[in-house]
Write a protein that binds this ligand. Sequence first.
Ligand code: SAM
Length: 293
Amino acid sequence: MSDAPIESVAQAGTLYVVATPIGNLSDLSPRALKVLAAVDRIAAEDTRTSGQMLGHFGLRRPMVALHEHNEDAVAAELVARLRQGESLALISDAGTPLVSDPGFALVRAARAAGVPVVAVPGPCAAVAALSISGLPSDSFVFAGFLPAKDAARRKKLEELARETRTLILYESSHRILDSVQAIAEVFGAARRLCLAREMTKLFEQSLTAGAAEVLDWLRQDANRQKGEFVLVVAGAETERTPADRAENLLRVLLRELPPARAAKLAAELTGLKRQELYDLALRVQGAAGPGNT
Ligand code: SAM
């Protein structure tokens, strides 16, 4: 592990994508601080918000606003500067740029122009919530914010209802109640989810429970509906294959019937071939051992 001096931290002509805190300023990494102090310019979603954060650390660098309304035009200008040898850091209001935040057009344009792009990783609300959710984290889908309008939100949730990977959503205080209610209705009241609120801040809270229980918890106290939220939702139960279903069916039928009869009934119930089911029935019975079906 190396700890490079500030002078060599910001290489000429390089774009640094720098994560900043999602609440607690102590979460700004020492490396992020060094890079932000050393770059020629900082592109920020909101220069006033980021200016305050940088001011807290005594940092004053030339800044340029890069937000969803000007991103394409500003990206072209910044890439031209990068190609002339300027170093640039990209930050957003909070967390990791490009994660439900501006920056994609700039990074894409920088890569297309052959400009080196370097990550300075750090806080990200989605990953922070996943890490504390107690829900499967080996495979997940980040879907950002749900649509604001009720019909579009439901349609989106219906598309996601059979997703078997853990789902991560962002939500604001205005819509948290509606979104959790829609999840309970579309995914089912028992679907487990983690609500992580105001992480790293004074009123941080998190709860993992069934969707209906999380909805009740929110309704019990209006203060719980305030602030910033991440919802981590358990994936749908894995859809079993027809072969899995047939095997389970045969196990039940074989308790009462000989293999030929069990295979005949299973073929009628599943539409699968009788001979294949008979062979499967013999294997299932053989594996169960004598007197152990
Ligand atoms: N780029 C950011 C990141 O890396 O997490 C996300 C920016 S997005 C515009 C803002 C949303 O992130 C909020 O509406 C909320 O859903 C989530 N968020 C940000 N900070 C949070 C926090 N401290 N606790 C819970 N959710 C947070």
